[in-house]
Design a protein around this ligand. Structure first.
Ligand SMILES: [Zn+2]
Length: 136
């Protein structure tokens, strides 16, 4: 260990801080030593027992990564699903139309206004909006 964190145990002021922290039971346990005496230090969470520091930010990003995308019926879509198109969709910048009922295999969910990346037989790669498809 490069440094030890003794302050919470030896300093009266810090002890009071520890008490208030202990009562805030919403802090997650230390991922390294499972201590429950973790506290927040700015953007970081700190474990006074093993001196491990980690960030809650990363957790928040993970939550965003798992954003749920639903089809027209409210069913949750996931990568690799097969869907059908529920209405004729004009392909932007071309005269092509994705016909209602077109089956789209192996979709890939992406970020953005059009949240499905896919390849349609005879039309090629394109992006669709999840609100215009239905999971099979
Ligand atoms: Zn720890």
């Amino acid at each position: 260990m490069e440094y030890t964190v003794e302050i919470p145990y030896t300093c009266g002021k810090a002890n009071r801080r520890m008490e208030s922290i202990i009562h805030m039971s919403s802090m997650p346990n230390c991922p390294k030593c499972n201590s429950e005496y973790t506290y927040e230090d700015g953007q970081l969470l700190v474990c006074p027992e093993c001196a491990h520091e980690w960030s809650l930010e990363a957790d928040n990003e993970n939550v965003e990564d798992t954003k749920v995308i639903r089809d027209a019926n409210g069913n949750v879509l996931s990568d690799g699903d097969t869907v059908t198109v529920i209405k004729d969709l004009k392909v932007k910048g071309s005269s092509l139309v994705v016909k209602q009922g077109t089956k789209v295999k192996n979709i890939r969910l992406i970020d953005g206004d059009h949240d499905i990346d896919c390849k349609i037989d005879s039309l090629g790669a394109m992006k669709l909006k999840s609100e215009f498809v239905k999971k099979i």
